[in-house]
Structures are given as structure tokens and as C-alpha cells.
Design a binder for this molecule. Structure first.
Ligand code: ATP
Length: 277
């Protein structure tokens, strides 16, 4: 493994369902058949594929929210399958997720600030409530939300503001690696660009490594260093972003690329400036 590899996924497979007991059996679904890739420290790695291709399942296996059926995940030189409970707890802080709709990931009856603070209280090393409050306010500022957002409820925030709050909640634990599961898919184009720019700034500031999951290539040229294209649970193409855009090898990649050419407005301009379309 190269020195700067942070995550290496090898032959990952996930089969949902099947026989659970003599009384209960559900249909088997092979969501992920054979997925291998590695992500270098500090890079943004895109995992792209159509709906149902297995992207979220891969992301969740890396986070160990679900167990792989087979294959291995090596994080920072350690196999995630062999970690003790204590090591796994430490890893929980280092590897965080930002969801597509942070709104639904927040409890509607609790303030944004208290939920970001809760994350630190639950998983952090410090239990000093004043310090936690101060750190929460700092994190809100880092993601571009004023201090008064601390006392607001999720429904009082716009989609973009909720995504910022979701990023603050993930970042407060000082992670190294973030799984960004379609973090801007539900947002308007201009807000999309703001959140992607924020993520890029944060990556530099905190030396973060990203796995960016998306169902199309819209933002990939702008955001990702390398990309793996997933189809029916298998990686069909992995390459640098520039190479993928200039010389797509697989039909599915060409199909995904052709949909980008219909882009217009801000994002189309970005691509043209970067000479990728
Ligand atoms: N808990 C589950 N039980 C059974 N099948 C599941 C489960 N979760 C996902 N699947 C199936 O596994 C396949 C891959 O799903 P997954 O959500 O990983 O794909 P995806 O590429 O992230 O899709 P999308 O872009 O729509 O989120 C799909 O056929 C899905 O229906």
C-alpha cells in the first residue's frame, strides 16, 4: 500500500436478505458485487453511478454502519474488520458522514446547536459544557452560520443552511475522512456551488479526505481528483477526473458524460473554464 493511501477497499461485496432463520427468509439482493479502490490522503474521490448501483451501500460499509458480506477495508493501515471495540470507537470520530438531506438527519424537536454539541458530548473527549458550547459556536462560524443559528430548529433553516449545519456536526469531531453522500443533490444550482466551495475550503483548512457519492457527473470535474464509476455493484472504470472526461472508456461513463453536456449556467461555465467540456 502506498504511504499516502488513507483508505483501501478490496473486493467488497454486500448481499442483503437471504435466509435469516427457518421461519424467515427474504429475497437476496446483491447490492455490491466486487468493489475495489483506494483513496489518498487529502484527495476527493468520486464514487459515481446510477440509482441502485450500490454507492450508498459502499459508503455505509466504509463507515461500518453495515457489515460487508466479504472483502476488506483498510483504513490508515488497519483492517476495519479486525478492530477492537475501543479502536472502532476512536475511528468513529475520524470517519464521518454528511447526508443528502441533513434536515431529516436532525431531530426536528431539538435546536441545531444542541444537536451539534450533542455529537461532541457523545463521542468527544471533553464533557465541559461551556467548552462544548464555545466549540459549537466556532463550528457554526466555520461553516458560515451566525451564532444565533445555535437556537434555531431544523425547519427554520433553508436547505443550504441545513447542509452547513450537517457539515458542522460532522466536523466538530475533527474527522480525517468524510463520506459525502449526495450532499448537494437536493439543492438549487447556486446553493450547490456554495456548499461545494465550502467543502473545498474546509478540505484545505482541516486537511480532509473526501469520498463524494453522486448519481451523475455534474460536479465531479470541479470537485473530484479521481473517480470510480459504479454499475450494478461493480466498478467499471477508475481514473483521474481529467482522464475520465477526456477519454471515457465505458459506455455507461459516456452516457453519464453526455448528460452533463446539457448543462448550462454557472456550472457549465466552470467546466468550460477548466477546459473539460
Ligand atoms: N437494506 C436493504 N435491503 C435490501 N436491499 C437493499 C437495502 N439497501 C439497498 N438495497 C438494494 O441494494 C441496491 C443498491 O442500493 P444503494 O442504495 O446502495 O444504491 P445507490 O447507488 O446508492 O442508489 P441511490 O442513488 O438510489 O441512492 C439496490 O437494488 C437497493 O434496492
Amino acid at each position: 500500500m502506498k504511504d499516502n493511501t488513507l483508505i483501501e477497499v478490496k473486493g467488497l461485496q454486500k448481499v442483503y436478505g437471504g435466509k435469516k432463520s427457518i421461519f424467515l427468509s427474504t429475497k437476496k439482493v446483491t447490492a455490491v458485487k466486487d468493489v475495489s479502490f483506494s483513496i489518498r490522503e487529502g484527495e476527493t474521490f468520486g464514487l459515481i453511478g446510477e440509482s441502485g448501483s450500490g454507492k450508498t451501500t459502499v459508503g455505509r460499509m466504509i463507515l461500518r454502519l453495515i457489515d460487508p458480506t466479504s472483502g476488506s477495508i483498510i483504513y490508515n493501515g488497519h483492517s476495519l474488520m479486525d478492530l477492537s471495540k475501543k479502536e472502532m470507537a476512536a475511528l468513529r470520530k475520524e470517519v464521518q458522514i454528511v447526508f443528502q438531506d441533513s434536515g431529516s438527519a436532525f431531530n426536528p424537536r431539538k435546536t441545531i446547536g444542541s444537536q451539534i454539541a450533542q455529537s461532541l458530548l457523545k463521542f468527544g473527549d471533553n464533557s465541559d459544557s461551556q467548552l462544548i458550547h464555545k466549540e459549537t459556536l466556532r463550528m457554526l462560524e466555520v461553516v458560515g452560520l451566525r451564532a444565533d443559528f445555535y437556537d434555531r430548529y431544523p425547519h427554520e433553516l433553508s436547505g443550504g443552511q441545513r447542509q452547513r449545519a450537517g457539515i458542522a456536526r460532522a466536523l466538530i469531531l475533527k474527522p480525517k475522512f468524510l463520506v459525502l453522500d449526495e450532499p448537494v443533490s437536493a439543492l438549487d444550482v447556486s446553493v450547490k456551488a456554495q456548499i461545494i466551495n465550502l467543502l473545498m475550503d474546509l478540505q484545505k483548512e482541516f486537511n480532509l479526505t473526501y469520498l463524494f457519492i453522486a448519481h451523475n457527473l455534474d460536479l465531479v470535474a470541479y470537485f473530484c481528483d479521481r473517480v470510480a464509476v459504479l454499475s450494478k455493484g461493480e466498478v467499471i472504470e477508475t481514473s483521474s477526473t481529467m482522464e475520465l472526461f477526456k477519454n471515457p472508456k465505458h459506455e455507461m461513463t459516456k452516457k453519464l458524460l453526455s448528460s452533463i453536456l446539457t448543462l448550462h449556467g454557472d456550472l457549465g461555465e466552470v467546466y468550460r473554464n477548466r477546459n473539460v467540456i
